[in-house]
Design a protein around this ligand. Structure first.
Ligand SMILES: Cc1cc2nc3c(=O)[nH]c(=O)nc-3n(C[C@H](O)[C@H](O)[C@H](O)COP(=O)(O)OP(=O)(O)OC[C@H]3O[C@@H](n4cnc5c(N)ncnc54)[C@H](O)[C@@H]3O)c2cc1C
Length: 254
């Protein structure tokens, strides 16, 4: 139960991308690193650097937030740890003291019935920073998942998958939602999580979750996208993220 995954700060994105364990159990992180910069960037750039940079657009931040990562740092006064959520203080600002270095990330082992996913919403599929980053961790109880399982097997489009979800009986045991480029720091949308936790998963419930998340977020207008557009994407993307997670959960069970 107390098993945790430790990732050293100097681990490169490419090492994470090539890790079967990350792909199998920490899907959101795998999604993030496989589309971060170029292969050349990923070969040298580290997860520690991505987080210490504290850019609101850091692709690894939302996945680490939904996996409730803790960070450990060390300086002349010794070693200390804190939740990653408390580490981000503002754009480019972290809780690191001037003489401290980040040592590692520690992530709790995900529950058996859980999976995570990350969606990088960007104009281009390569070498582009996100307009918005959304990560979800979902633990589901599959009471009757037949209709959704069939829809996945047929490669059905999004709207049909959602109809199949509504005909299935799947409950949300635990959910975490994190957003990048939606506020001065990467953030958890905890009000939105509360909307879904313990409920039967449905299109309506996921839209309600998205609505609350879009109200919690504080996006701004930037060259990559307008605040209203980001809010609208935050409203609709949880539907897609939940389906990604469910596909992973059901794929493992099958
Ligand atoms: C062409 C290009 C494309 C990119 N695309 C993306 C992208 O798609 N998504 C994305 O999120 N980022 C992207 N980036 C940003 C960058 O590559 C990442 O943030 C990268 O992970 C930084 O890691 P690094 O090891 O190079 O850190 P560095 O650039 O070396 O360090 C960044 C900062 O963190 C500090 N730091 C680093 N490690 C530690 C540590 N262990 N302890 C304390 N402080 C530390 C450094 O002193 C520095 O201030 C891109 C960058 C480039 C150049």
């Amino acid at each position: 139960e107390d098993q945790r995954l430790k990732i050293g700060a100097l681990t490169t994105h490419r090492q994470l991308e090539r890790s079967e364990l990350i792909r199998e159990r920490f899907g959101a992180l795998a999604d993030a690193v496989q589309n971060l910069g170029s292969v050349q960037n990923r070969n040298v750039a580290t997860i520690g650097g991505n987080i210490c940079n504290a850019a609101p657009s850091a692709d690894t931040a939302p996945p680490l937030l939904v996996h409730e990562a803790e960070v450990t740092m060390e300086g002349p006064k010794g070693r200390r740890s804190m939740a990653l959520e408390e580490f981000f203080l503002g754009p480019g600002k972290t809780a690191l003291g001037p003489e401290e270095v980040l040592l590692e990330f520690s992530l709790p082992w995900p529950s058996d019935g859980a999976a995570s996913a990350y969606w990088k919403h960007s104009r281009r599929q390569a070498m582009d920073l996100p307009i918005l980053g959304v990560a979800m961790y979902l633990e589901a109880e599959l009471k009757e998942a037949g209709p959704l399982g069939e829809a996945f097997a047929q490669g059905a489009p999004l709207e049909e998958l959602l109809e199949a979800l509504d005909r299935s009986e799947i409950y949300c045991k635990e959910v975490r939602l994190a957003l990048g480029v939606a506020a001065p720091t990467p953030m958890r949308a905890k009000g939105a999580e509360a909307v879904l936790k313990g409920k039967r998963l449905s299109t309506e419930g996921l839209l309600e979750m998205g609505q609350v998340a879009s109200e919690e977020a504080q996006p701004r207008d930037t060259v990559r996208g307008a605040a209203w557009y980001r809010r609208e994407m935050i409203r609709v993307l949880p539907k897609r993220l939940a389906l990604f997670c469910l596909k992973r959960i059901m794929g493992r069970k099958g």
